[in-house]
Write a protein that binds this ligand. Structure first.
Ligand SMILES: [Zn+2]
Length: 197
């Protein structure tokens, strides 16, 4: 009788052990399956990577966003509609523009277009009516070659009495000067006047 009890107990433990073993085997296999699935689940991985990359992009955009340096140069470019010339004015960046980014600068200069934006140089462009201030015209004023400057609105204003007499010019030159010789820029003006001296 005692022997039977031992056998039953042994069988019971054996069966429990098998079930427990099977259960544990299944349990761990499932976990392993999950791990394998995750590793091979490309879409999820790509999504994660994309999100990560987007995040990195955003961080880089923020850190790399250019701001105006205190040493920057401000270039104001005025493009004159009538003559088509662009006149550039260079100056040190005004203090209130230092550390602004592009968007903030646009708000400060609503009438201007940003032509170039970097931490060390900011170029602003604007279209302006009329002609630029680099236009001159040479005329004969009572026998003397006289330089007039053409105003923004096209009016001629006395600029310089050269003291050069038109008397000794060739007929051709005299005819030209009577019509008015248009000159662009100081350099050309000086070179033309040198020819007549
Ligand atoms: Zn011009």
């Amino acid at each position: 009788m005692k022997k039977w009890v031992y056998i039953i107990c042994f069988l019971l433990i054996f069966v429990i052990a098998i079930f427990t073993g099977k259960y544990l085997y299944n349990y761990f296999n499932k976990e392993n399956d999950n791990t394998v699935q995750n590793e091979n689940y490309y879409p999820s991985e790509i999504e994660v990577n994309d999100e990560y990359l987007n995040e990195v992009d955003t961080i880089q955009t923020i850190t790399e966003e250019e701001k105006i340096s205190p040493n920057a140069v401000l270039v104001l470019k005025k493009q004159y509609i009538e003559c088509g010339h662009t006149i550039k004015e260079y100056s040190q960046i005004p203090e209130d523009l230092v550390n602004l980014n592009k968007e903030q600068l646009i708000k400060e200069y609503p009438d201007w277009e940003i032509d170039n934006f970097s931490s060390l140089e900011v170029d602003l462009l604007k279209q302006v009516e009329g002609v630029c201030n680099e236009h001159y015209i040479l005329r004969d004023n009572e026998g003397i070659i006289t330089v007039y400057k053409i105003n923004n609105d096209g009016q001629e204003v006395l600029f310089e009495d050269t003291g050069i007499s038109t008397e000794y010019l060739t007929i051709n030159d005299r005819m030209k000067i009577e019509e008015g010789i248009k000159v662009y820029g100081k350099e050309e003006l000086n070179s033309v006047l040198e020819d007549y001296e």
